[in-house]
Design a protein around this ligand. Structure first.
Ligand SMILES: Cc1cc2nc3c(=O)[nH]c(=O)nc-3n(C[C@H](O)[C@H](O)[C@H](O)COP(=O)(O)OP(=O)(O)OC[C@H]3O[C@@H](n4cnc5c(N)ncnc54)[C@H](O)[C@@H]3O)c2cc1C
Length: 350
């Protein structure tokens, strides 16, 4: 059983957020087991403090010091827990590294998570914004999760419907679920795996990789491992490694507009990058809009826009949360002015 956690004070969060912002927490505690939450938050003095649940800090913008209690989710453990119909159920504790978990499922011979390989952060945070990449989202393979409710001191089991997943969104980003702390997540992975190659860039990457590896006759079906490797190769090429340059991945969500608004925009901007959705709405490429406004590769003070991907804002060294916020606001203003489209940030501002 893990020992009781130690409360620390005036704690630096610089190494715990991928932007590398040098902010401090008034109180900090590292949680290594779910039962510690009930013990800690059972103390009225601690329960009354403003709270930040922290995973890998890869989807956060710390805009200043945090005058409250940081609960750093660092619980570990992953296991195959059973089967449900055509699926194998796998569970991981909230503090498990997401990519490490994806690699572990592949090593068990289980496909299903490979398109989400190399996304930074923890398993516990994956449902929060329903992480997605390369044609799939968490909800496609989600089974259920366990959440601790500090208001009642109890654990609850939530299925996919209860989590209300949507594009980069879930129950946990809204008033009804914002206070919940996810302690473990269970995924349903298919016994009969088929590659998801809807995303054209991934299909091409995989084709090229398989073509150069092919020696004999015939075309073999790709394996989950090969799909994961293709995803990893694309991501390494396109995205900055937070260990080298501070960032939180895509800084803005791709805006969704009505078909009418898209048609009006296309009249004025025929090259507009857009993707029609099943519900009739249209998703625009935020990176393209930012690039068109001339922001790609530009800096504003110590914060900047990554030269290879306009959707990624970076800390060029010593940027504060306010510096990044200033840059984000300048970009939002330009895109709104030129296209009439409001860009919404993806990271959580703290
Ligand atoms: C280089 C890079 C690439 C990225 N690529 C992608 C991508 O392709 N797709 C994508 O969707 N995202 C991407 N992201 C964003 C990020 O990796 C994900 O959102 C990830 O799930 C965040 O996990 P985290 O543990 O770091 O969460 P944190 O940043 O620590 O927290 C994010 C939010 O979740 C809450 N939270 C964290 N853990 C818990 C918990 N256990 N219970 C309750 N609330 C919790 C926090 O309070 C906060 O509100 C990328 C980020 C980077 C830096």
């Amino acid at each position: 059983m893990p020992s009781e956690p130690t409360l620390q004070h005036d704690f630096s969060l610089r190494d715990l957020n991928t932007f590398g912002i040098d902010a401090r927490a008034r109180h900090y505690v590292r949680i290594t087991a779910a039962h510690q939450l009930a013990a800690l938050l059972g103390e009225p003095r601690l329960a009354a403090l403003p709270r930040l649940v922290l995973g890998g800090g890869s989807n956060l913008l710390l805009t200043g010091d945090f005058d409250g209690l940081v609960l750093h989710m660092a619980s570990s453990g992953r296991e195959i827990v059973g089967a449900s119909g055509e699926h194998v159920l796998v569970r991981a504790q909230a503090g498990e590294n997401w990519h490490g978990f994806v690699e572990w499922t592949l090593a068990q011979g289980l496909g299903g998570l490979e398109n989400l390989a190399l996304i930074p952060g923890t398993v516990g945070a994956a449902p929060i914004q329903n992480i997605g990449a390369y044609g799939m989202e968490t909800r496609d393979v989600f089974h259920s999760l366990t959440a601790f409710d500090p208001a009642t001191g109890t654990l609850a089991n939530l299925d996919g419907a209860a989590c209300r997943f949507a594009y980069r969104d879930s129950l946990f980003k809204h008033a009804a679920g914002r206070g919940l702390i996810i302690v473990d997540v269970t995924f349903a992975l298919p016994r009969e795996w088929r590659p998801n190659l809807r995303y054209a860039e991934l299909a091409t990457e995989l084709d090229n990789a398989l073509a150069s590896a092919r020696t004999g006759e015939g075309v073999a079906e790709p394996t989950p491992r090969q799909v994961a490797d293709a995803v990893i190769a694309i991501r390494r090429r396109k995205l900055p490694d937070p260990a080298v340059i501070g960032n939180a991945g895509s800084f803005f969500k791709n805006p969704v507009v009505s078909a009418q608004q898209c048609a009006a925009l296309l009249e004025r901007h025929p090259a507009l990058v857009h993707h029609r959705q099943d519900d009739g709405s249209v998703k625009l490429a935020a990176g393209w809009l930012i690039d068109q406004c001339g922001w790609k590769g530009r800096n504003l003070g110590p914060a900047g826009v990554y030269p290879k991907q306009a959707l990624v804002l970076v800390n060029n060294g010593g940027a504060s949360g306010a510096d990044v916020q200033r840059l984000a606001q300048a970009i939002q203003a330009d895109v709104l002015d030129r296209y009439g489209v409001r860009l919404e940030p993806e990271p959580v501002f703290v």
